[in-house]
Design a protein around this ligand. Structure first.
Ligand code: AMP
Length: 208
């Protein structure tokens, strides 16, 4: 199964990705996670990425395409993969198509998580992540992670100004991909509202 998970920030991509990789036994490839790890490690890539990420801007295509393609070349992706947060621009989608065509391994499906903008802004404003293990919390009433007791923090790009910018970037640069994949006949639209398990049931049904 070779999948792409598409949707605005706060649509629940991270949460659904965890369910999908568990059920289908494929690796979860989040370019956001890879870039955050690079920022934390203080690598050259991390230093470059941080200046874009903290403002809610996209990291340049040539950088992210390199990161994604390098990850897809690793042996665990031979059985399939779930791309989460990549591609985010038409140029990235074209680069991905080209790479997968070279390997003769086209995408099986693209899942588009669909949710109203007012709802995602509400969700992101309350979102906390564990600084230890990366677990996501939607309620603001906890200080420590239930799993690893790490501090729960607000991501720099979940500050109100960055949220607004990320939504604008999504509309302008990423939303055109919905149409791009619809034209290819592999788009599955998934209403991403209600209980997270209900959303996952819709995904399972869409994937047959
Ligand atoms: P995410 O965790 O997917 O929301 O990504 C967090 C941030 O990482 C984004 O707001 C971008 O700054 C950067 N990023 C992640 N994936 C990409 C991508 N495919 N293209 C450009 N920037 C990305």
């Amino acid at each position: 199964m070779k999948l792409v998970l598409l949707g605005p920030p706060g649509a629940g991509k991270g949460t659904q990705a965890a369910f999908i990789v568990e059920k289908y036994g494929i690796p979860h490839i989040s370019t956001g996670d890879i870039l955050r790890a690079a920022v934390k490690a203080g690598t050259e890539l991390g230093k470059l990425a941080e200046s874009y990420m903290s403002k809610g801007e996209l990291v340049p295509d040539e950088v992210v395409i390199g990161v994604a393609i390098e990850r897809l070349a690793q042996p665990d992706c031979a059985k399939g993969f779930l791309l989460d947060g990549f591609p985010r621009t038409v140029a990235q989608a074209e680069a991905l198509d080209k790479e997968l065509a070279k390997l003769n391994r086209p995408l099986s499906a693209v899942l588009s998580l669909e949710v109203e903008e007012a709802e995602v802004v509400r969700r992101l404003s309350g979102r906390r992540v564990c600084s230890g293990c990366g677990a996501i919390y939607t309620a603001a009433d906890k200080a420590l992670c239930e799993t690893c007791s790490g501090q729960l923090i607000t991501r720099a790009d979940d500050q109100p100004e960055a949220i607004r910018r990320r939504m604008q970037v999504y509309r302008e640069q990423t939303e055109p991909l919905v149409n791009y994949y619809a034209m290819k006949g592999i788009l599955k639209r998934i209403p991403a509202v209600g209980d997270v398990k209900e959303v996952f049931t819709r995904i399972e049904a869409a994937l047959g």
